[in-house]
Design a protein around this ligand. Structure first.
Ligand SMILES: Cc1ncc(COP(=O)(O)O)c(C=O)c1O
Length: 403
């Protein structure tokens, strides 16, 4: 007997840690997705900032098909050509000299935090272990990464947390000054806080944190899992600020939808590591890296990167039109196509309602917390797709407002 695959089945067979929409997507092309009944949706969610080139980009499909006929997996007991090629591309286009591949954002961050502690304890002192992080930050769901992340709702309830992690308000340099000391091994931040509500770091804050890290010999770690790989209009967001981190993590758009992540660092910091200190079976998997190489070449082109600001402008123009009618948004946040629309106070706590009703009108959006709607579409979404999606979204807004 074959099981009928329905949304109800999810509630029976999957661990109840998600509450997915009521339809099941079965096919995607560009910024359009179809469900089991052939209904089409405009995708402004992009798989939470993952599908930077939309669904089933022909060049990514070709790269995956070609690699799938050559070599799938060898483990890190052997290296492979796609991993080395992708590492070289990342190095050629960033501050970094060394790359560690993993499979998710959380794993890249786990590696980053372990590296920062290892470097500080090897090089300076076994007591140099303090990690400074920020409220509202998000770095993944492993126990170390939820503990470094600044949202108790993700980290509480699992027993004793890793020690020596402190949280201070984001964009508040005085708060960092007050807590940073010789025992600090790292300051960790997202240049644009994603899950926490699309708050961009101010240039003064980032420059100030960089100086403090230098002064106290602490490493500066940028989590660009969500805001990197073209999403804000440059390959990585730090490149818009005129400073460099010591460690950077990337995931999501790095594989254009195929799971892969990377931690980037310098030769000096990497020099403390040696075989056996850290690792993961699938890191640098040839399939993931082959797709990653193709995604990298497409995203890291003037055409795609310059298109990001143009598309943001169209999104904001359309949101403004909706706002003129319904007065729902207070301000627009984030950078590039990591775009947030903060709701007016009377709609606070209702972000999820907008998201649910949007799916009724066949458009996929996201929230970031309870007060901000989030749009993380394909970086190459067409103007027509934006127009059509926004027409659908306007109807959803009307329904929520009149509910
Ligand atoms: C900034 C940031 N870091 C880390 C993560 C965790 O990535 P993953 O879910 O791939 O483990 C996310 C996911 O949303 C993120 O936005």
């Amino acid at each position: 007997m074959t099981t009928k695959i329905t949304r109800e089945l999810f509630d029976k067979v999957i661990l109840p840690v998600y509450a997915p929409a009521q339809f099941i997507p079965v096919k995607g092309q560009g910024s359009r997705v179809w469900d089991q009944h052939g209904e089409d949706y405009i995708d402004f969610a992009g798989g939470i900032a993952v599908n930077a080139l939309g669904h089933c980009h022909p060049r990514l499909v070709k790269a995956l098909q070609e690699q799938s006929e050559k070599l799938w997996h060898v483990s890190n007991v052997f290296t492979n050509e796609p991993a080395l090629t992708l590492a070289q591309k990342l190095i050629d286009n960033t501050f970094a000299d060394r790359v560690f591949f993993a499979n998710s954002g959380a794993e890249a961050n786990e590696a980053a935090f372990k590296l920062a502690r290892y470097y500080a304890t090897e090089k300076y002192s076994p007591y140099k272990t303090k990690i400074i992080s920020f409220y509202q930050s998000f770095h993944g769901r492993t126990f170390f990464t939820v503990s470094v992340g600044g949202q108790a709702k993700y980290s509480d309830g699992f027993g004793p947390k890793p020690a020596d992690i402190v949280h201070v308000p984001f964009n508040n340099l005085d708060a960092v000054k007050a807590i940073i000391d010789d025992h600090t091994c790292a300051v960790v931040l997202e240049p644009v806080q994603g899950e926490g509500g699309l708050t961009s770091a101010t240039p003064e804050f980032l420059h100030g944190v960089r100086e403090l890290c230098d002064q106290y010999k602490a490493l500066l770690i940028f989590d660009e899992v969500q805001c990197g790989m073209g999403r804000t209009g440059s390959l990585f967001t730090y490149q818009q600020y005129g400073i460099t981190p010591d460690i950077l993590t990337s995931a999501k758009a790095l594989g254009g939808g195929f799971p892969i992540s990377a931690m980037l660092t310098t030769n000096e910091i990497a020099s403390v590591m040696h075989p056996g200190v850290h690792g993961t079976t699938y890191g640098g998997n040839p399939l993931a890296c082959a797709v990653g190489c193709e995604a990298f070449d497409i995203i890291n082109s003037p055409e795609v990167l310059e298109g990001v600001q143009q598309r943001r402008a169209i999104f904001i123009e359309k949101l403004e039109e909706i706002n003129d009618q319904f007065k729902v948004f207070r301000e627009y946040r984030g950078k590039g196509l990591l775009l947030g629309a903060e709701l007016q106070p009377q709609f606070h706590d209702k972000a999820r309602d907008f998201l649910n009703v949007a799916t009724e009108f066949k458009v996929m959006i996201l929230n970031a917390g309870t007060n901000v709607l989030r749009f993380t579409p394909s970086l190459i979404i067409s103007e027509n797709e934006i127009q059509e999606g926004m027409m659908r979204f306007a109807k959803a807004v009307e329904k929520v407002v009149n509910a």
